[in-house]
Design a protein around this ligand. Sequence first.
Ligand code: 5GP
Ligand code: MG
Length: 178
Amino acid sequence: MESIVVHGKTFVPYISDEEIQAKCFEIAVKINNDYKGEKPLFIAILNGSFLFAADMFRHIDLEAEISFIKLVSYKGTTSTGNVVTAIGLDERVKDRHVIIIEDILDTGRTLYQFLPELYNQNPKSLKIATLLTKPTARLFDVQPDYLGFEIPDKFVLGYGLDYDGLGRNIPSIYQLEE
Ligand code: 5GP
Ligand code: MG
């Protein structure tokens, strides 16, 4: 495989399509086992997770629902700084087993600020499935329950993840060249 150039920056092949698909299946099998007999609600966080959500969810054999939300962060007026608001989150979370689907856990800030909003709606349980995590970049204490790949703190794109709007349609994951 060859490197690609996006917005003038060079990216090198990092995780193949086959590896990603195998991992999607593996995660779905784990969830199928863990939630046997349950009817979980998956909440995928747009935009980045849409391919992972689709490829993983198609292997879920439970009576599951999926919903897509968008998290918009803006500068809050309180001392906490940024505030995250969820667009498209409805009331169906109450008493449900909820599994959040994320593309990548980086600093953890986004989920750290969003999780309290979800807990307020009293889900029966709340777990996080993420395709990627950068443990050394973490600034906020959020840990994945279902994980695809642990990666170093370097920028990646492809498979839903963008660089300034581009690259989401690439079937595999590329890493910014040093
Ligand atoms: P966090 O709030 O955990 O710092 O960041 C979460 C979001 O930042 C991810 O959902 C993703 O949209 C974006 N992000 C973090 N690292 C990367 C990366 O290496 N590449 C891309 N394309 N997006 C990233
Ligand atoms: Mg994201």
